[in-house]
Design a protein around this ligand. Sequence first.
Ligand code: SF4
Length: 686
Amino acid sequence: GKGKIFNFESTDTICAYCGVGCNVELYKDKNNNLVMARGIDKEPNNGRLCVKGRYGYEYVNSNERLTTPLIKENGVFREATWEEAIDYTAKRLLEIKEKYGPDAIGVLGSARCTNEDNYIVQKFARAVIGTNNIDHCARLCHASTVAGLGKALGAGAATNPIDDIKNADVMFVIGSNTTETHPVIAQFIKENKKKRGAKLIVCDPRNIDLAQYADIFIQHYPGTDVALLNGMMKVIVDNGLIDKEFIENHTEGFEDLLKVLKNYDLDKVSKITGVDKKLIESAAITYAKGPNSMIFYTMGITQHHVGVDNVLSIANLALITGHIGKVGNGIDPLRGQANVQGACDVGALPDVYTGYQKVTDETVRKKFEEFWKVKLPDKVGYAVSQFGDLALDGKLKAVYAMGENPLVTEADVRHVKEGFEKLEFLAVQDIFLSETAQIADVVFPAKAAYEKFGTFTNTERRVQLLKPARTPHPNVKDDWEIVCEVATKMGYPMHYKDAEEIWEEIREVTPSFKGITYKRLKENSLQWPCPDITHPGTKILHYGGNFKRPNSKALITGVEFEPPVEIPDNEYPFVLTTGRILFHYHSRNETRRVKVLESFVPENFVEINPEDAEALNIKDGDNVKVKTRRGEIVVKAKISQKPKKGVVFVSFHFSEANANILTINALDPVARIPEYKACACAIEKI
Ligand code: SF4
């Protein structure tokens, strides 16, 4: 609701940064500037906020905000009216569709936009352009989760609520630097340890903050997760710690796993992972014994060319021990961006409509065809991780991007940029002139999340209502509104009164959202599935071992270890791993415009282990070149115990020294996610 402190007027909304989805009260001053934020005492954050939630609103006030449409002429932007920019975009898209076919156009949704924005943009791709080439940055973070958990459990989403952390006796965190990427969840993890003495197991190639609190810390080499998890499962099987009753009644495929595990004795696993056998053994026994054990993971698991295999291994671990489908157990993939869960849920993906209804399923497609009154494409579309290559090959001729900043965030980004520069047409909606917007033909100024009505869905499937905390500039529009105007101009009228009317349409075509209305959300957030108007929402998925798969049984899959695509050699002797830091967010489009955050970490760096630094005669603060087969960047050296010897870390937030110049675009064959977490690199002192 609206409140007041001094002369500041407040609005309750949802933090626009990470997938925790903290409730935040934002205060604006008389000049319409956001000036203060406070956490609200309700689930999921119970009053807490991290530094981004507390201070990160400042970018919204920035005078660098886009406030007028831009059209590029002779290589230079000129200001344009809305009518001109919409007409021009519609004309160019129609020409390209006519000349090359609808699949020559790619569309991007955004995990920083609302469910309503993303529903509209995927409808635009499918119903107006006629392609399933619709994707967004979930491809780069949890595509492996959507595919892996979908295959194993029947739903590619977190099983248990954040509030359940307090019921876990063992917290198993793998490939998640939780303190920096999901800070409020990290606080709950630490609190559960402190208050209840719950055990914490941390597995990470870096000696991250959470490792300092761990009872067991496993520092394995990047890209060796399957070997580690198989080793743990072998210990569990050999020690008779499996949950026989659960395996028998609620799963299939256990025999398949047993066959694979035979080859994972701890000597072999220890050699692959670089971890002492005893640690692997005690982690396995501690997790299995629980009695209640929860798993948390993030991109350390998903961002590999074997991302889906990694996720399947996580599912195997939970399934053979029966640590799923009950309070204080389960698997929580922590979703990165504020609405990355929601953007997937409403179909901003190339293979599914809303609620993960498959585009290849004829009955589903017919339903959407009747509803949208148009013939729909039946083949799965391209993923954003393929856009660069496809553009270079001449198969992709135009991209319409609602936000997102692929020219900073895609792997092997120079190659992607070359592709995007070859496009015949690029339109971008954004709040700033991002690196991608700079090379666009048309740029539309959009509202920021803190200026919008709509919904976000957080990492625990919680649908939450956003309300505008300040009055937007009169010449910016909602993202959905811009897309609707282009669609209408292209000959497919799309008119909605407001975000709620769009949500009503989402409800109509999505069984899992049927029971969620704005009226109910005004009282309280709701977790999907929520199939009818009296349903309280679903806190725990697969409760009682009831999986949305044939015979209600989960699938256990034997998974073999495969090393990263690029392994160190004489020329490139280090493993480079990339990731996020607390003070910045994604391509830094927003956080570079927040003084407090920028002052903590204003430039990129490379973390090097002290032993490696000494061997290379590198001192803390020296300028060093980090080089891979794709390119090189120059950054300051940060000598740190965090990476293991032989491993270096660079964050990907800085376009000025972009880690993605270095990363390899080796894709998981199913999830099409790039291997951001491991490639070979060389370090040179300058
Ligand atoms: Fe925002 Fe995430 Fe921080 Fe919460 S934990 S305040 S949602 S960035």
